[in-house]
Design a protein around this ligand. Sequence first.
Ligand code: SAH
Ligand code: SF4
Length: 370
Amino acid sequence: MAVPQSVQGDKPNLLGMTLPEMTRFFAELGEKPFRAKQVFRWIHHFGVDHFESMTDLAKSLREKLPTVTTITPPKLMTSQESKDGTRKWLLDVGTGNGIEVVFIPEDDRGTLCVSSQVGCALDCTFCSTGKQGFNRNLTSAEIIGQLWWANKAMGRNPKDERIVSNVVMMGMGEPLANFDPVTNAMDIMLDDHGYGLSRRRVTLSTSGIVPNLIRLKTRCPVALAVSLHAPNDELRDILVPINQKYPLTELFAAIKDYLEAAPRDFVTFEYVMLSGVNDSVQQAHELVKLVADIKCKINLIPWNPFPQADYQRSSNNAIHRFREVLQNADLIVTIRKTRGDDIDAACGQLAGQVVDKSNRKTIALKSIPA
Ligand code: SAH
Ligand code: SF4
């Protein structure tokens, strides 16, 4: 099979296959393409993970499928609900590792924050996922499995309004460091026979792995958020170390190019507010200059604390002063509301359970394109 990231144990896992992959798989079994479509819909529309319930398949096929394949979602470990309605699930992905997925309900939408890796190798200094170390990339089944679980846990019925209307790839990990599984999972999110989300409602957030951002433009253009966090290379080299490899000039050129194909004509810059580090008025002016010729929105994120971190969240005054400078330059600025912090579900608090494998971290970093 040409779909190694969908393999669970020794049998291919249908959960992580895109529709074209599943169609090829069924062809190899001597089955017609519409059979793949039926099974794909059972899994993603109806949340079914056993073949006996797929009542419109011939009995012989229902009996054959479990002998050659499987539908294996990650296992649910814990489920928590915040005072503000935010929900968080910890999913078991084996060998002591857990990943977190968070649902944030708002008046006009429901956003699911999805993880792409167990930990993260990029080690941004202010991020608790980074501080947890890195274990491994998630498979496409484990990535789409988070949306599958959220719909199941919240009782999605395909005839109802969609509960999850938006997905943000902003959970644990760097999505562009796990390119094929992430883009395959996003294909399933976008597929009308899958979750039918529009490209505008799926946002990928990256710290800026430039060669893979260039690939994303043709492979699977979705809405884009970039973790900027500093107005110049000198500071960004420290806060977001991958900047040493892909500095701002290269990153901005890639973003501008990406926007030609993107479903939204702007990029969202995320800027975490760290007291005394990146939140001065002078740095706000520098940021205005930096983004002057790129269509963007700026999302200021009050830093969320975690144990053993050396930073402090900027004061409300500092955040508002910073915003004012940007707004006076006609930039669109939002301040991210902190949601779910009573259950550690806020941005950057997603630590899951990571068995750190430093040797794998080195391997992961080497696999990032030069
Ligand atoms: N790896 C990707 C996506 C995951 S992080 C990226 O870096 O973009 C999602 C967002 O949360 C990023 O903008 C990240 O910089 C921010 N973040 C990380 N740690 C944080 C913290 N402790 N407080 C607030 N935001 C944080
Ligand atoms: Fe990784 Fe993103 Fe955290 Fe940086 S901010 S360590 S890229 S998850």
